[in-house]
Design a protein around this ligand. Structure first.
Ligand code: Q46
Ligand code: ZN
Ligand code: ZN
Length: 312
């Protein structure tokens, strides 16, 4: 197995590109693919300040590393979700990466700052944990980027993630979600620009990237992920990819090229009528935003005043 670029011994095959690479040229391929995604979708300007949502896993640490390597001013943001040892361990990986490279990591702890953790919040609101988690992450990432004056919020979603989400959205024809499933969402109405610079790299490639760069990351899956459909879609796509290398890439990029615009109108219609949340000031169309409603439910029932007695 020889490297496509230098003909030296290769350490990885990338069947999607029908090529093998040595360590040096594989790392270059990763940087080139990220730079290409940034250019292709006009994600970032050279002097943008970027906030990277960091979980301690391979993808978010890889995207932080790659953006820094490409010369972007990128700080990290870690959100403690209160998911037992998993949260503590994952924060440790994020912290060690940042400290080892002299990078700035902001942290917010959900239980400390907002009084609930994901398992408890999900129970109280009768939502699936990943639904309460996704809502909290979206809200608090946006909030951190806005407060810090960052130009863009970057996440570590890779090609496998995006293809799996696309599969889920397509299976149920969730047209509103399809309209929003883009590698870059422009800033609007108080929401920061959101970018996914890893969309041209697969999960296997980000893992190899971390290994070669000496980036230590949390390998365990979140314990709440069990039974998550996203993982089932990923596994199904992996089976297809074995038979048909490049299928994930064609599925996702074919959608962006040929289908995504058809679903945009639905998203545009949704944009009207955002106003600041009555409790936290974040843009919302509901008076009190979904995150503040979740936090209120997690805190327990609101006291009801009956004459001079407060009853719960
Ligand atoms: S962290 Fe949160 Fe994931 Fe855990 S609770 Fe679900 S969404 S699985 S990326
Ligand atoms: Zn080489
Ligand atoms: Zn709010």
């Amino acid at each position: 197995m020889k490297c496509r670029v230098c003909r030296g011994p290769a350490i990885i095959d990338v069947r999607r590109h029908n090529a093998n690479f040595c360590a040096e040229h594989f790392l270059r391929l990763c940087r080139d693919q990220v730079a290409k995604a940034i250019r292709q979708f006009d994600m970032l300007a050279a002097d943008d300040r970027v906030l990277v949502a960091v979980s301690g896993g391979k993808d978010s640490l890889a995207v932080w590393d790659l953006l820094t390597e490409l010369g972007y001013a990128a700080d990290g943001f870690y959100l403690g979700l209160g998911i037992g040892d998993y949260s503590q361990d994952s924060e440790g990986y994020a912290r060690r990466y940042a400290d080892g490279r002299g990078l700035r990591l902001h942290t917010v702890d959900l239980p400390e700052t907002h009084g609930f953790d994901i398992p408890g919040g999900a129970r109280a609101a009768r939502r699936a944990p990943c639904s309460a988690c996704g809502l909290s992450k979206r809200h608090l990432f946006d909030d951190a980027a806005r407060r810090g004056g960052y130009d863009a919020l970057a996440t570590g979603h890779n090609l496998d993630d995006e293809a799996a989400v696309l599969m889920g959205n397509t299976l149920r024809w969730q047209t509103e979600y399809l309209g929003r499933q883009l590698p870059v969402l422009a800033a609007r109405d108080g929401f920061p620009r959101k970018v996914k610079p890893l969309v041209r790299l697969s999960e296997r490639e980000t893992a190899a990237y971390c290994l070669l760069r000496g980036i230590d990351y949390i390998v365990e899956e979140c314990p709440m992920a069990a039974g998550n459909k996203h993982l089932a879609y990923k596994a199904a796509l992996n089976d297809i990819e074995v038979e048909s290398p490049g299928a994930k890439h064609d599925f996702y990029f074919g959608f962006l090229d040929r289908a995504s615009a058809r679903f945009r109108a639905e998203v545009e219609r949704d944009r009207d009528g955002l106003a600041p949340c009555e409790r936290c000031g974040s843009p919302t169309d509901a008076g009190v935003c979904a995150f503040c409603r979740l936090a209120a439910r997690a805190a327990g029932p609101e006291p009801v005043r009956l004459s001079d007695r407060r009853v719960r």
